[in-house]
Design a protein around this ligand. Structure first.
Ligand code: PCA
Length: 324
């Protein structure tokens, strides 16, 4: 080293030592769905936005596809502070309260506009319930409308009687029961294996999860029933959030707002793209027959009545707000 570089290095070190330490917070954020899924991409973008807006003082690492924590455990992991934040399907919490599964009542809200309105109606109660557990809602995004995947042509849902039906929530189990099928709970990341090994023979989900799972390897038909648009949500442990600086809190809030808007747009674009991709890979994509529509509508009516009864006053408040 010559004199000059030595002096410069010395100065650099002095400057470093003199500058106040920049606090750095690192958050792990587990999610249930794979890297290529639009929800995951949206959350990764959210993390990048937060990093940029905070000059790197808050860094969020997304752990997709249940790699860090299994889907059924994500909520409690955030609640207990094992991880500061996480993503899950809202209706996964239906065993705690029916208000979490209002988005999965068949045909209550089966377009993007309706699903958005239903979300707005549910949000105050959702935030209150989460708040009681020290949790905060950051953003929530709908999946594309749900359709039926099968191995054979279907004229009615009754054609699936006795079939083992892959379920991902309490309401998908109920659909199976009411249609005379046998529900089997299987996480999205395990769908391909479950079909390949014969644990299940049909399912209801979005064209997104259909393509994520490469269903053309083991299924042949898709019926675009547009039964409901279930949502995911990203939640944060309130105590972890409260530890952030005001600027960081603001950055998280702003990035979350952007992520919610972007996510809904991505979802709508995804619906057509992924339905086309199913067809391109040999899945026969069709609208449901009138008989299938009628049978499914009856199941929807039953489930709406059941939900209203179970959800009580909170449920009534959500439906009133939704319908006005
Ligand atoms: N995909 C997720 C939930 C709803 C959806 O479209 C799944 O099938 O598990």
């Amino acid at each position: 080293m010559n004199v000059l570089t030595r002096a410069a290095a010395g100065l650099g070190l002095a400057a470093l030592l003199a500058s106040p330490a920049v606090a750095q917070t690192k958050w792990d954020l587990p999610t249930p769905y794979p890297d290529g899924n639009f929800h995951t991409k949206n959350i990764v973008q959210f993390a990048e936005d937060v990093k940029a807006a905070t000059g790197g003082s808050l860094q969020i690492t997304v752990h997709a596809n249940q790699s860090l924590i299994k889907h059924p455990d994500i909520k409690n992991a955030v609640r207990s502070g094992t991880v500061p934040a996480g993503e899950l399907l809202v209706s996964r919490l239906a065993n705690e309260s029916p208000i979490y599964e209002v988005d999965s009542v068949p045909f209550l809200a089966s377009s993007y506009d309706a699903a958005k309105k239903l979300y707005a109606a549910q949000k105050p109660i959702l935030e209150k319930k989460l708040g009681e557990q020290g949790l905060m809602l950051l953003f929530s995004v709908a999946w594309p409308p749900q359709g039926i995947f099968a191995k054979q042509e279907l004229n009615t849902l009754a054609d699936l009687k006795g079939v083992k039906f892959r379920a991902y929530s309490k309401s998908t189990e109920r659909v199976a029961q009411l249609a005379g099928m046998v529900p089997v709970q299987i996480e999205a990341s395990d769908i391909a294996t479950a079909f390949a090994t014969g644990r299940v023979g049909a399912m209801i989900t979005s064209p997104s999860t259909g393509t994520d799972s490469k269903v053309w390897d083991f299924l042949s038909h898709y019926y675009d029933t547009q039964a409901w648009l279930p949502r995911n949500m990203v939640i944060v442990n309130k105590a972890a959030f409260d530890k952030l600086s005001d600027a960081e809190k603001q950055a998280v809030r702003e990035a979350a707002k952007k992520a919610e808007e972007r996510g809904w747009e991505m979802s709508a674009i995804e619906t057509k793209e992924k339905t086309d991709l199913l067809a391109k890979n040999g899945i026969k994509v069709t609208a449901p027959s009138d008989d299938m529509k009628k049978g499914f509508a009856e199941i929807g009516a039953t489930m709406t009545a059941e939900w209203e009864k179970a959800a009580g006053e909170d449920g009534k408040a959500i439906l009133d707000a939704y319908r006005n």
